[in-house]
Design a protein around this ligand. Sequence first.
Ligand code: SAM
Length: 272
Amino acid sequence: MTSNTAQQDAAVADKAILANSAYADGRHLAARQSVYRWQQPQYDLPGIVLEELAGTRGIVLDVGCGNGKFVSRLHKDRPDLQAVGMDISAGILADVEKPVLVADAQALPFADDSAEAVLALHMLYHVGDIEATIKELARVLRPGGVLIASTNSDTDKQELDQLWARAAGDVLGIPEGPARVSLSSRFSLEKAPGFLGTAFRDIRVRELPGTIEITDPGPIVAHLASYEAWADQSGVPFHETVSRASEIVAAEIETEGTFKITCRGGILACRP
Ligand SMILES: C[S@@+](CC[C@H](N)C(=O)[O-])C[C@H]1O[C@@H](n2cnc3c(N)ncnc32)[C@H](O)[C@@H]1O
């Protein structure tokens, strides 16, 4: 587990960095999503969300929808729902199926009790005030509606944290370099029920453990490089560290045949 400094936490929730750099387009998010192709077991995340929405009719707001992985599946498999994609980044919404809105989760342009369901998938760790945002999501939900949130555990992808610290150490000429910036630690799977419990009484957690085994350094290196927006927070020359990590991964694949990453994600279905 890596834990951020206060300055790193502030950068992870910095709206300008998020909208103009980290998620200015879908490239970095797609790099992080792509490694799950090699995960066992495979989880159909949009399918799990669809299961949770089985009894839902009407408006579904996908807040922080990113590149639209979830809204596109809702449009395809549940055309009866009015799914709306929302994100703080206009750039990432460019290719997302309409309707979409540039909107901040902290001040949604929707009336009280107007949505049947709200999705906040892998995004609550990016908002400035997590507790106030959860209240805001609860405000737009009609009584009896469902909030579906997701995030990663503090122990998710530890092998990438170790790889980064080793590569950073090599670049700096010390045994172990600074820890990788953590995106999800502000709202990790361990912390999520406590935050969500401030506005929801019934919280069901579904853990999604798995193992990724990759035989090509490319997707792993792209995953590390996808943190470029926070390069100035890494305490080490970022691109040199990515290059050194690439060499370490290639050597491990050469000797072990594969590079293994342990994944611990989870989805939380929350009702008032
Ligand atoms: C890690 S991505 C997750 C995308 C998508 N929900 C998924 O699970 O594939 C986080 C997304 O949340 C968006 N985001 C971050 N802070 C936000 C905010 N305050 N309001 C709305 N969207 C935000 C980012 O721009 C980014 O597209």
